[in-house]
Design a protein around this ligand. Sequence first.
Ligand code: SAM
Length: 281
Amino acid sequence: MNYRHAFHVANVGDVLKHMVLIQVLAHLRAKAKPFAVIDTHAGAGAYDLAGPASSRTGEWRGGLGRLLGAPGAPDAVRAYLDQVGAVQGEFGPTMYPGSPLLAARLLRPGDRLVAVERHPEEHAALDDLLGRAPGVTVRDGDGYAALTALLPPPERRGLILMDPPFEDRAEYQAMAAALTRAHRRFATGVFLLWYPIKDPGAVAMLHQMLEDSGIPRVLAVDLTVRPTTRLAGMAGCGLILVNPPWRLDETLRDALPWLAARLEVEPGAGRWQVDWLRGED
Ligand SMILES: C[S@@+](CC[C@H](N)C(=O)[O-])C[C@H]1O[C@@H](n2cnc3c(N)ncnc32)[C@H](O)[C@@H]1O
């Protein structure tokens, strides 16, 4: 439990994940029926980009920092920057929203968010921030274990976000297993899973596990900003979406070329992919 998200906040991984999270929430909000969001690895909820952890790594400068003020941003990127700007207007100009704060701000009366965080300090910060917010429940403990009790949600509509810290390679298998169990309980839910791209073999294994799982409607989205052949650090990140909203694949094919070009660390290094691992059965 060494991972602290403050060191990595607003980096390339957060940009892709939070941009897609906002798209999925917009889709859920398009129908009047209430929805539930379950964030299994929620983090602290808000981070100061000028704070010691974020300043020490400066990772946000390679993510959000490269998008601020850039001309020609596609709609999905603009929607993401608008949400970040709204949070900065409310909480302060150097603050950045984590996934539970983004979700909480987009709940309507009757919608719910359950945010699970195991690290005691991160949980305490999250509880201070959102513990009394309307529609929000903050829980401690293991996020994957919580899913068993929480699924299916009574609303029968919703999003499950799985964003574990990937402190070791076994996390890819743990996440695929958690998805398979959760999907058995809530096959119509939207699932959004995040993973780092460091070792292409681990990503290929994750994709194979998901193809073998028999789960239909699985979209894989990858964004890399430095060559994967370099051993140091994260080359980029990926998302798995199960039951993605209609036309989200097209929205992402529109946004990712621009994002890859803005975020690449050297000319030509930016790469992206949007592929269906499995379509409808
Ligand atoms: C990548 S961060 C989450 C970032 C957050 N989803 C966001 O986008 O703002 C992963 C978080 O999972 C927490 N965590 C680690 N193991 C966990 C577990 N088994 N259950 C729930 N949370 C866990 C870590 O403390 C960390 O805060």
